[in-house]
Design a protein around this ligand. Structure first.
Ligand code: BEZ
Length: 256
């Protein structure tokens, strides 16, 4: 089964809400001039650039070559590298590690937290936001139903396996890996999607690449049509689709 990779151009042109909504996490990070900061899962680099505007020295990493290529084209003066969040090639280097809308894509979470702790200098901070419990539940229930129907017809399907933990589980995980959690929150953040009537379709094509890319074009259409039909009454109003996002946001410190 071949699973397609991220499409950075599509991400950059049609899903700006991801980094626009991430500005609040940058405020929590509160980057200072001269600080060394790692943006973990930088995508096309827009939040990395916003952090750099504070005068901090930022490095952006992403697991996708395509994202790193587009980020480097967007912001040639910033250093971007391909790296795996579970095995970051840094030790005691950063005053802060920042991450927006990424941690739910990477398993196991323990490996990410350990890798971030290694990359931080003593007393460094880890500031992040990602999908928590209930995140996109309405959408994923409809996707699951559509995949069930294909499976019943004999298709081999790939099941999305995102990490959307309850807040107490994630806070315990951070504490058990030697972080002191100074702030944490789990909150509902309904997120209007770009693209008007086509918003859900576009979102599924961008963020559902893992399970859609293994299907034929007509099976993909079937999944998209089912999701639109099943979620329209709750997620569509006045020409705009709204994704039922729930976020975990936190700030945690490595010991001195
Ligand atoms: C998100 O919460 O940002 C997200 C989760 C899974 C797929 C796409 C987006």
């Amino acid at each position: 089964m071949t699973v397609r990779e991220w499409d950075a151009s599509r991400y950059d042109s049609a899903h700006s809400f991801v980094w626009e909504r991430g500005r609040g996490v940058v405020e929590l990070l509160d980057p200072q001039p001269g600080e060394r900061i790692l943006d973990l899962g930088c995508g096309t680099g827009h939040l990395t650039a916003q952090i750099a505007e504070s005068g901090a020295e930022v490095v952006g990493i992403d697991s996708s070559d395509d994202m790193v290529r587009v980020a480097s084209e967007n912001y040639p003066s910033i250093r971007f590298e391909v790296a795996d969040a579970r095995s970051l090639p840094f030790e005691n280097e950063f005053d802060a590690v920042f991450s927006n809308a990424v941690l739910h894509w990477v398993r196991p979470p323990e490996a990410v937290v350990d890798s971030v702790r290694r990359a931080l200098r003593p007393a460094g901070r880890f500031v992040a936001e990602f999908g928590g419990e209930n995140n996109i539940r309405t959408i994923m229930t409809a996707v699951g139903e559509a995949l069930d129907a294909l499976e019943q017809d004999g298709t081999e399907v790939y099941r999305p396996d995102k990490y959307f933990p309850p807040l107490d589980e994630y806070v315990s995980l951070l504490a058990s890996r030697d972080f002191r959690v100074a702030y944490s929150d789990h909150f509902e953040r309904p997120t209007p999607l770009d693209g008007g009537e086509e918003g859900m379709r576009k979102w599924l094509r961008m963020f559902g690449w893992d399970y859609l890319s293994t299907l034929t074009p007509s099976q993909r259409k079937q999944v998209v049509a089912h999701v639109e039909k099943a979620t329209r009454s709750t997620l569509y109003a006045e020409g705009t689709w709204t994704a039922d996002y729930w976020r975990i946001r936190f700030e945690a410190f490595k010991p001195e």
